[in-house]
Design a protein around this ligand. Structure first.
Ligand SMILES: Nc1nc2c(ncn2[C@@H]2O[C@H](COP(=O)(O)OP(=O)(O)OP(=O)(O)O)[C@@H](O)[C@H]2O)c(=O)[nH]1
Ligand SMILES: [Mg+2]
Length: 245
């Protein structure tokens, strides 16, 4: 199945894709989960903690990408806290923070495009995680989506969009989301603003983020585990009852 068919089939609704029967030989699919920027790395850490591998016929590996000397320390802490899970690799694109400067993040990313492309080697699918509106996630994610597209890797972007009070970050997030919709096979946006409105005013931001990050992980479980992926690199096939539009 080519990429276009994948898109059409996916567009028909994940509910129409069928799961392989329990106990059947498990085909395996390599999925690279990439967290970019602080929010993206948090999402990758949350997906790893959700123990996806126990539930699906897919092998997940993880890499977190950021700028700045200390940005990735919490990823190492997460690795140490749960050594039984797949370790998250880290890649620091530059020793200085982008700090909201999307062009600085883009430039650092383009300098290391070859390394980013190498990360994808052997993957059938890449999941791109980021919080849009800042510098790093907004700068790196669309470039990474293009790199993945050029490499023929099925690309799923699962990103968060800013709160209303973040002002201009929302316009930047919209522009990046438009690009992701063009570059990725599937682009899913989860709104921080909508999510926080589900909570009482006295709920801490940490708890709101934590719940949303776990929600996104569970949504990805649902999406990925409904794919009946039978071959490595040769494409994706779906169960016969899956209708394409
Ligand atoms: N759901 C969720 N959203 C977050 C989290 N951290 C930040 N955000 C949102 O994501 C947006 C981008 O923030 P960061 O991820 O910190 O930015 P960055 O990509 O690291 O970019 P710079 O630090 O500016 O280079 C913010 O405007 C917030 O709306 C998080 O842990 N979870
Ligand atoms: Mg950051």
């Amino acid at each position: 199945m080519d990429r276009r068919m994948f898109l059409q089939t996916f567009g028909a609704g994940v509910a129409s894709l069928s799961l392989p029967a329990f106990g059947s030989p498990a085909p395996s699919c390599s999925i690279l989960v990439m967290g970019m920027g602080a929010a993206g790395c948090n999402l990758a850490v949350a997906l790893r903690a959700s123990n996806f591998q126990d539930r699906a016929d897919a092998v997940l590996s993880y890499v977190c990408v950021d700028l700045g000397p200390h940005a990735l320390e919490f990823v190492d802490i997460a690795n140490d806290a749960n050594p039984a899970l797949a370790p998250i690799k880290t890649l620091m694109l530059a020793p200085v923070r982008a700090g909201g400067r999307v062009n600085a993040a883009r430039a650092a990313c383009l300098r290391h495009r070859a390394i980013l492309a190498e990360l994808l080697a052997g993957s059938d699918m890449v999941v791109l995680h980021a919080g849009l509106g800042g510098g790093t996630g907004s700068g790196v994610t669309p470039i990474m989506a293009r790199v993945a597209r050029d490499a023929g890797v099925v690309t799923v972007a699962a990103v968060v969009t800013p709160f209303a009070f973040e002002g201009a970050r929302n316009r930047r997030a919209d522009a990046v989301m438009n690009r992701l919709q063009r570059e990725a096979d599937l682009a899913m946006a989860f709104s921080n603003e909508e999510w926080i409105n589900r909570y009482r005013d006295d709920t801490s931001l940490f708890d709101v983020f934590d719940a949303l990050d776990r929600h996104i992980a569970s949504q990805l479980h649902a999406v990925i585990s409904r794919l009946n992926i039978t071959t490595h690199r040769a494409g994706f096939t779906f169960a016969p009852d899956c209708q394409s539009v």
